[in-house]
Design a protein around this ligand. Sequence first.
Ligand SMILES: O=C1C[C@@](O)(C(=O)O)C[C@@H](O)[C@@H]1O
Length: 178
Amino acid sequence: MRTVLVLNGPNLNLLGTRRPEVYGSTSLQDVEALCRAEAERLGLGLEFRQSNSEGQLIDWIQEFGWEAKAGRCIGAVFNPGAYTHTSVALHDAIEGIELPVIELHVSNVHRREAFRHHSYISPVAVGTVVGLGVHGYPLAIRALHRSSGDRLPDAAPASARTGSPVDPAPDSHEESPS
Ligand SMILES: O=C1C[C@@](O)(C(=O)O)C[C@@H](O)[C@@H]1O
C-alpha cells in the first residue's frame, strides 16, 4: 500500500488551544483523524508526524524522499509553521529529493503580518493550500492522490520547479496575441 505523509512543524502540536480565533479549535489529533479517514477512503496508508525541530523535519523529508523514489509514498502535505518564513534548510531539503510536497497553512498567511507573506517552501512545492482551516489537509491529500494516479506532468516536482503548469515549455514558446 502506498502512503501519504502529513508533516507538521513547530507549535502545531498546540492546534486547538493556540490562538483559536486564528487557527480554530480542532486539535492536531483531530486533524490526524480527518487525514486518516481521507487516506483510508483513497486506499492509502498515512504517516502523520509533528516536530518542533527543523533538523527532525529535514530527516523525515529525506526519509520520505527515498520512499517516494521507490514508489512507496505519493507525496507529503507539509505545514512548516513558522519555518515557512525562515528556513532555507527546509527549502533545500525539498529541492534535493523527489517527494511532491503540498505546502499547507491553516490560516490565510497573506491576510496576516507582512513577515508571514514570504515562504521559502512555496518555490519548491507542487502547490499550496492556504487559509481553508484544517479542512485543507484532506483536500491536499486528495490532490496528491489525484496527481499521483494521473501522473500529470505538472504534478511532478521537477517540472514544478522549472515553471508553473501554465508556463509554456522552453521549446514551445508562442507569441501571445496582442
Ligand atoms: O505556525 C504557524 C502556522 C501556519 O503555518 C498556519 O498553519 O497557518 C502559519 C505560520 O505563519 C505560523 O507560524
